[in-house]
Design a protein around this ligand. Sequence first.
Ligand code: ZN
Length: 289
Amino acid sequence: MKIARYEGRLTALVDGGGINVAEATGGRFGTDALDALEHWDELTEAVAAVRGPVRPIDPARLGAPVPLPRQVFGIGLNYRDHAAESGLTELPPSPTVFTKFPVCVTGPEATVALPSAGVDYEAELVVVIGRRAEHVAEHDAWDHVAGLMVGQDLSERAVQLAGPVPQFSLGKSFPGFGPTGPAIVSPDEFADPDALQLGCSVGEEVLQAGTTKDLIFPVPELVARLSRVCPLLPGDLVFTGTPAGVGLSHTPPRFLRPGETLTTFVESAGTIHTTFTAGAGFDDAATEE
Ligand code: ZN
C-alpha cells in the first residue's frame, strides 16, 4: 500500500493514479494522517478492498504524507562511508540521535528558501511509525513500521557547527528542511526493506549513491534502541542517516544554490524533487568566496 497526501486528502497511489481514501472508506478516513496511522490495520483492509475510481495524479499537488508528526528523529553518521568522510576512525558504538523539529517537514515537490549559502543535502530513508513502540525487540520492530518514505535531511552547516558542540537539531530545522514523500510505502511493497539503493542528484550531477545495506544501525535496531528511551507514536518519523557524498565533504564544499532542483530517490519508495530559492538571509557573495 502507498498512502500519499493529494490536494490535502489522503490518497492511495495505484497504477494509473490515486484513489481518494475518504471516498473509499465512506468518510471513515479523510485528511488526518495521524488518525489514519493510529488505525493503520483498519485503513489497510479498507483500501485493499476498494477498486476505484482511480484518478490521474499531478505530482506537483502531493504534500507531506505526515505533515505534522509528533516526533521526528534524525540519526547522524549512520553509514560507514559517511562516518569515514566525516573523520570518524572507528564505527560509533551507539547511534547519534537528534530531532528535526516537526515544523520543518514538507512535501515531495517543495520549494525551499535557502537561509544561507551553506545549506547541504542528505539523501535519507525515512521510517514512518505505524504502531506505538515501547521497549520493542529488534525482531518485532518492522511490525511497528507503517511504511517508508524518501527524505532529505537538509542541513545548514554554519548553524550546525557553531558553538562548542554541534547544533544538529537547529541547523536541520529551518522551514522546509524536511522534504518527505511521495507516499508512505508499506514494508510488504519492498523485496527487501533492509537493502535499498538511495541517492540524490542535481541535473546530471550525481551527489550521493548508496544502499541501506551499509547502515551501521539498521531500521530494526534503530526502532528498538529509540523505543527503549522514547515511546514511538504512530506518525513519528525517523530520518535514518545519509551515505557518503554530502556537500561538506567536498573541497571546497558543494552546497545548494538558488535555482537548483535536487532529485532524491529510494529504491521502490519513489522520487522527490526539492527546488531552491534565495531566502532573505542568503548572501550570494559568500558562494563565490
Ligand atoms: Zn541526516
